[in-house]
Ligand binder design. Structure first.
Ligand code: G3P
Length: 228
């Protein structure tokens, strides 16, 4: 499993990148608004994220257009920002059509707001490079988001979608709307390719009380060695 950071906050991205396990970043309009982002600075901000993580780490930048022509135009502009930009497109009819066109033009697409197996299969057939099923938003309405991710991973695994994607790359599932370290555990057990996590969840993933206790005891015992 790979880990992406789900944020538009540059300091969080810099910190997470320094830990050595970050493989990408996902953003959305809400995350950009959350850091006080303005329209005029959007493209520069995305470029800064791309520069921090480097060319090998995909950075998802979301389109806000609602028609296929506008989504394609916006997607092509976003793709110009940097080679590691992935264009994020909502799972809807216009989004599917735009994804097909963008994939045909060699642009990698992350289809977002995916909540079901049929949506995921359509996205893969339309040429999406990444598909992002949301977990937490299912949980918010008292449904099981993890079950949906498991179903999507299993269903996509039954087929070969490489003829649909850019350069025959394998479609990857990004577990999104992740709210806890346990979500990450369950997604890893189900075989999700990637989890995109908010920074507070990433911090929790490295923590365990027995690690803290064991470290404290090692340090205490080492003091005895030093005092010898
Ligand atoms: O990036 C999309 C997704 O991760 C959003 O999560 O917490 O707003 O449901 P959330």
């Amino acid at each position: 499993m790979k880990f992406f950071l789900d944020t538009a906050d540059l300091s969080e991205i810099e910190e997470a990148a320094s830990w050595g396990a970050l493989a990408g970043v996902t953003t959305n309009p809400s995350l950009y608004a959350k850091i006080g982002g303005k329209l005029s600075g959007f493209y520069d901000h995305m470029k800064k994220i791309c520069d921090i993580v480097g060319d090998d780490c995909p950075v998802s930048a979301e389109t806000v257009a609602m028609t296929r022509e506008e989504i394609v135009r916006e997607g092509l502009e976003l793709a110009e920002i940097a080679p590691n930009i992935v264009v994020k497109v909502p799972t809807m009819v216009e989004g599917l059509a735009a994804t097909r066109e963008l994939a045909n033009l060699g642009v990698r697409v992350n289809m977002t707001l995916c909540f079901s197996v049929p949506q995921a299969i359509l996205a893969a057939r339309a040429g999406a490079r990444y598909i992002s099923p949301f977990i937490g938003r299912f949980d918010d309405i008292s449904e099981d988001g993890l079950e949906q991710v498991g179903n999507i991973v299993a269903a996509l695994g039954n087929y070969d979608f490489t003829e649909s994607t850019v350069n025959g790359e394998q479609v990857e599932v990004i577990a999104a709307s992740v709210r806890s370290a346990n979500h990450v555990t369950q997604c890893a057990l189900m075989g999700a390719d990637i989890a995109t996590v908010p920074f507070p969840v990433l911090k929790k993933m490295i923590q365990h009380p027995l690690t803290d206790r064991g470290l404290e005891s090692f340090m205490k015992d080492w003091q005895k060695v030093l005092g010898e």
